[in-house]
Design a protein around this ligand. Structure first.
Ligand code: BES
Ligand code: ZN
Ligand code: ZN
Length: 478
């Protein structure tokens, strides 16, 4: 979808359909009030009413002060408009501060993934044009709006890039293919790219990650992308869990839980999308993105419950469940990342636990770490970017639940509660002392994928983490 901004009042813009947001407050005074009332339109959130004879699409808004409601309503409206035969849609501003949310609604809401359809259904709608003027006729600064448009488009398109990767099947997006994708991104965006294959991983003594991948016909890859502007203000390390498929391994998942596990690479895809957006925005920060791309499968050679693995930092891990594989991969990738880059901040993104969904629901990212202020800053960044985040607190008692009688640490908790936090506390074993306060772990198990549309998301990958992190970086690394 092309998104454009014109320096013209709405009436002067030539487009086949006009979109208007109407609340219960503005409904009364609407020129088509009688017609809308007759059609049963009550301005309920996301309620649509098309007045085709007037070339008008009206969309209800519950609270005029909420960016989130406008973002979501725009997504619903644009999806509806895509089902008509109009080729262009125009829309006014609803205050300059809201422009970002409207653009996100268009770009993220119009996203469709049809690579596996033999007859994709292209929409006629190809452009959405915004006026620089507000719906009440007041004016906004065009240049400021244009800057918002450019920035928001880069971030929203990077989010769709992540969705495209996540939505690919495990046989198409293997660890090797993740590496090929990273390499292509490096070429197009002028990034440095290093890939370690099995030999490289052995040289680096990354035996936890190697063990997880051992049962698969698709060998693992470690991906390192780097964006290095001159005189960066900060150095940031991003780490992503890239399980291209998680069958559970010998601790095999139940049939119904295995479906959707192609999404277990979403953390890895997210950090690739983040570095894409960062490089296109030319942010003044050095960024390193590390992805542990691995497939967790069964075979005579697969790793087992009862194995003891030695991670890159030398710690030994008792494996009691091969389905808690993400933390094993991250243990090594976090170790590798810290050894190779001295960063100001270290953030990891992982579809790590079903327990995170139990704790926070299926829409919210779990935020964990030792630095309270840093975690709070992410909750804020998430809220203003339109991503839900919730903090899950550590405590010293939970830490005891992953003690092992055999090795240094156990890969599962001895109690069935607080699983998202005990997983994060497992990762804590692989965070160097000097990085403890600089580290935040994001569990995106619930937020990264959906099988039913919600907010700006359609079926499939959501691109969770990208908007929140970009928002945080633009605010905190100026
Ligand atoms: N990839 C899963 C977590 C997951 C579950 C992500 C559902 C998205 C949706 C992870 O590897 C896993 O299987 N975790 C186990 C951990 C358990 C064995 C301690 C889980 O959550 O059940
Ligand atoms: Zn698993
Ligand atoms: Zn997993």
């Amino acid at each position: 979808m092309n998104v454009k901004l014109y320096n013209q009042p709405l009436e002067q813009i030539g487009a086949e359909l006009t979109l208007e947001f109407v609340s219960s407050k503005t409904l009364e005074a609407h020129p088509h009030h009688a017609l809308l009332t007759q059609a049963g339109f009550k301005a309920e959130q996301e309620q649509l009413c098309a007045l085709h004879e007037h070339r008008l699409l009206i969309c209800g808004i519950d609270k005029e002060e909420s960016d989130e409601l406008y973002r979501s309503a725009m997504a619903v409206a644009v999806k509806a408009a895509m089902n008509y035969a109009y080729t262009s849609l125009k829309c006014a501003q609803y205050s300059a501060e809201r422009f970002c949310a409207l653009i996100e609604g268009v770009v993220l809401g119009s996203y469709k993934f049809e690579s596996y359809k033999s007859e994709p259904k292209p929409s006629q709608l190809s452009e959405v044009i915004f006026s620089h003027e507000n719906n009440d006729g007041s004016s906004n600064d065009f240049d400021a709006l244009e800057a918002v448009l450019n920035r928001t488009l880069i971030i929203a398109k990077a989010t769709n890039f992540v969705r495209n990767l996540v939505n690919q099947t495990p046989d198409d997006m293997t660890p090797q293919q993740m590496a090929v994708t990273a390499d292509a991104l490096a070429t197009s965006n002028n990034l440095e790219c290093t890939i370690l294959d099995v030999n490289g991983l052995e040289d680096e003594k990354m035996f936890a990650m190697l063990s997880v991948g051992r049962g698969s016909a698709h060998p693992p890859r470690l991906i390192h992308l780097a964006y290095k502007p001159e005189n960066p203000k900060k150095v940031i390390t991003l780490v992503g869990k890239g399980l291209t498929y998680d069958s559970g391994g010998l601790s095999l998942k139940a049939a119904t839980s295995m479906v959707t596990m192609k999404m277990d690479k979403a953390g890895g895809c997210a950090v690739m999308g983040m570095i894409k957006a960062i490089s296109e925005l030319e942010l003044d920060i050095e960024v390193h993105a590390f992805v542990g791309a691995v497939e967790n499968m069964i075979s005579g050679n697969a790793y087992k419950p009862d194995d003891v693995l030695r991670a890159k930092n030398g710690k030994t891990i008792e494996v009691r469940n091969t389905d808690a594989e993400g933390r094993l991969v991250l243990a090594d990738v976090l170790g590798y990342a810290q050894e190779n880059v001295k960063a100001d901040y270290l953030f990891d993104f992982a579809t790590l636990t079903g327990a995170c969904m139990v704790a926070l629901g299926p829409y919210t990212t779990g935020v964990m770490g030792h630095n309270e202020a840093l975690k709070h800053s992410f909750i804020e960044a998430g809220a203003s970017a339109g991503e839900y985040c919730g903090m899950l607190p550590f405590n010293r008692h939970l830490k005891k639940l992953i003690k092992s009688d055999l090795a240094d640490v156990c890969n599962v908790s001895s109690k069935p509660y607080g699983g998202a936090i005990t997983a994060a506390l497992f990762l804590d074993n692989f965070i160097d002392e000097d990085m403890k306060e600089k580290w935040v772990h994001f569990d995106i198990a619930g937020s990264a994928y959906t099988e039913s549309a919600w907010d700006v998301h359609t079926y499939g990958g959501t691109g969770a983490g990208v908007r929140m992190t970009l928002n945080w970086l633009m605010e905190h690394c100026k």
